[in-house]
Design a protein around this ligand. Structure first.
Ligand code: PMP
Length: 306
């Protein structure tokens, strides 16, 4: 999706003009993928833009970096305040936010430790990732021939740049086969997640999602939806899921910051039908919370204008 530019990008404490936010071609992260990032969204609310689960995302960025032995030279609070300032400066109501922790120019080779850790944060307006039609009527998913990387291949608990080769291979395969999104199985053959989304199904009225030990990223939307389900009295359990469980699910949906809450209407051409009642309730709750219309979950929002 094309990017709409805004005036500034934050790089290591400076607000740099959009077109000047560049790195040297010998930046090691470009070559080896050693870096970590986040994907965050800010939404329009009656009190102006608010960042959804801001602290949780910046904390996950710090955890991702720790796993890769990268010392982030900015605290969670500093990153949050830089992000709020960027959004205010760009005068955006809603946007996507992309913090990136990467290895700066100066060293080369497979040992990342001597490199200087650099940090950038960009914000830009970004529409619905899987399309408005997908949000409303559901998307068509395809089980990927690409297997989700295992926790002892590349740590699955880190949102590391290089991991996304695995995600993109699955995404491209799904799109080229005429589907909207992929379902990756893990090395044991159980359902893991989408290319950039966690997966939920409803079976016998219970909401199910694979456990973190299935090799999935601990999605912040996943955590939020689990909280919404508890609030709405929807029974929930973590459970390993097999490929055929997806085919006979009463309901299924993806969650993720970019994708939001998106019904799955078919899996490998097995029709699941239109979005079901539990999917709808959780989706409505999600959109109400991010729009600042659910006081019970107001703590999930970080307002950009004090
Ligand atoms: N899995 C993967 C592989 C992802 O990239 C993402 C997006 N960050 C997710 C799940 C969903 O995570 P979140 O809800 O925190 O965006």
């Amino acid at each position: 999706m094309p990017i709409t530019t805004v005036p500034k990008i934050w790089m290591d404490g400076e607000f740099v003009d959009w077109n000047d936010a560049t790195v040297h071609i010998l930046t090691p992260t470009l070559h080896y993928g050693w870096g970590v990032f986040e994907g965050i969204r800010a939404y329009a609310t009656p009190q102006g833009p608010a960042v959804f689960q801001h602290r949780a995302h910046m904390e996950r960025l710090h955890r991702s970096a720790k796993i890769l032995q990268m010392d982030v030279p900015y605290s969670v609070d500093e990153l949050m305040s830089a992000t709020r300032e960027l959004i205010r400066g760009a005068e955006l109501d809603a946007c996507y936010i992309r913090p990136l922790v990467y290895l700066g120019y100066g060293e080369m080779g497979l040992n990342p430790l001597p490199s200087k850790v650099r940090v950038a944060i960009a914000v830009w307006p970004w529409g619905t990732y899987l399309g408005d039609e997908g949000i409303t009527n559901g998307v068509r998913a395809k089980t990927s021939t690409w297997v989700r990387i295992g926790a002892n291949m590349i740590p699955t608990g880190t949102k590391a740049c290089g991991v996304y080769i695995n995600s993109s291979l699955a995404k491209v395969e799904a799109l080229q086969a005429g589907y909207d999104e992929a379902i990756l199985l893990n090395e044991h053959g159980s359902v893991a997640e989408g290319s950039g989304e966690n997966i939920f199904v409803v079976r016998d009225g219970t909401l199910l999602t694979p456990p973190l030990t299935a090799g999935v990223l601990r999605g912040i939307t996943r955590d939020s939806v689990i909280e919404f389900a508890a609030d709405l009295g929807i029974p929930f359990a973590e459970s390993d899921l097999l490929r055929h469980d997806m085919y006979v699910a009463q309901e299924a949906f993806y969650t993720g910051t970019a994708a939001e809450v998106v019904p799955i209407r078919s899996v490998d051409d097995r029709e699941l039908g239109p979005p079901g009642p539990i999917t709808r309730r959780l989706q409505e709750m999600f959109f109400a919370v991010v729009a600042g219309k659910e006081p019970r979950f107001a703590h999930m929002l970080d307002h950009v204008h004090e």
